[in-house]
Design a protein around this ligand. Structure first.
Ligand SMILES: Nc1ncnc2c1ncn2[C@@H]1O[C@H](COP(=O)(O)OP(=O)(O)O)[C@@H](O)[C@H]1O
Ligand SMILES: [Mg+2]
Length: 269
């Protein structure tokens, strides 16, 4: 089983004069292909943890290794490139650009990926098709339904060759039907090989994951038990090495499991 994210005794303290400890002594491993959820009260450090996993922030204590590489030894450029090319984020607010079409929103999201425009449009179209939005590529966000906007945000997050999807309270503003559609979509992407971490307050969302971690006061209070076997361990080889991140291809294309790229279910359209 290939470990994608490994946190060893990770802490994060904000500020100096009046330090706030957001994370303390966090030990956590996430394997390729896993679907992990993170729960905990407000202020318990969930977003901080997600930002560290996504290379948006760094620990002030301990070590974080992404695909076996300690990020402490990575330069800013390497981190930025890894983040842009392999990690997707979905937040509670979709942060779509209202003046751009669906496909341009996805293309804009690839601004920091080292690919030319033609390829960006091709990858964006692929992502939108994967999310069942092939008929809405030219639509502006305001003309999309809530469910379509949500899938557009996910398409933007996973466009290209993303390996890790990090979601911070993605269903916080959604009704039950759209929450179920989100789960449907993410479960399908996970079955296609994407490693998924979802921060959530919704027990139903958490229950869909292979494992749930509970954070309290910056420490992992509970979690780590495998719930149902899930997708952990069905790891393709693409996480194994990131030693040549400066080469044109960071990882080989994701390995699709037979029959796993099914179209979105009818109820998600
Ligand atoms: N940029 C920051 N500067 C100072 N304190 C912060 C910052 N971001 C978060 N915190 C604090 O760190 C703790 C954890 O925050 P956060 O990770 O956002 O928790 P959660 O996502 O679980 O609500 C909170 O006490 C919060 O106020
Ligand atoms: Mg938060």
């Amino acid at each position: 089983m290939t470990v994608v994210c490994r946190l060893e005794d990770v802490g994060r303290v904000y500020g100096h004069r009046h330090p706030v400890t957001a994370l303390r002594g966090v030990n956590l491993s996430i394997s390729a292909g896993e679907f992990v959820s993170v729960m905990g009260p407000s202020g318990s450090g969930k977003s901080t943890l997600l930002h560290i996993l996504g290379l948006l922030d760094s620990p002030t204590h301990g070590t974080y290794s992404l695909a076996g590489q300690p990020i402490l030894h990575m330069g800013h450029r390497t981190k930025a490139r890894l983040r842009a090319e392999t990690i997707g984020f979905v937040f509670q607010s979709f942060h779509l650009v209202s003046t751009e079409t669906a496909i341009d929103n996805v293309v804009l999201g690839m601004a920091y990926q080292n690919v030319g425009w033609r390829r960006r449009y091709r990858l964006a179209a692929e992502a939108l098709t994967r999310l069942g939005l092939e008929h809405r590529m030219g639509a502006f966000p305001a003309t999309l339904s809530g469910g379509e906007r949500q899938r557009l945000a996910i398409a933007r997050a996973v466009a290209g060759e993303k390996r890790l999807l990090l979601c911070d309270e993605p269903t916080g503003n959604l009704d039950h039907e759209n929450t179920m559609q989100f789960l449907d979509t993410v479960t399908r992407l996970n079955a296609d090989g994407l490693t998924v971490v979802v921060v959530t307050h919704d027990p139903e969302v958490a229950a869909a994951a292979d494992r749930t971690f509970v954070l309290r006061d910056g420490a992992i209070e509970a979690g780590g038990d495998r719930r149902c076997g899930g997708s952990a361990g069905r790891s393709p080889g693409w996480w194994r090495s990131i030693s040549s991140v400066t080469s044109a291809t960071i990882w080989s294309p994701p390995c699709r499991r037979p029959g796993s790229s099914s179209p979105p279910p009818a109820n998600s359209r």
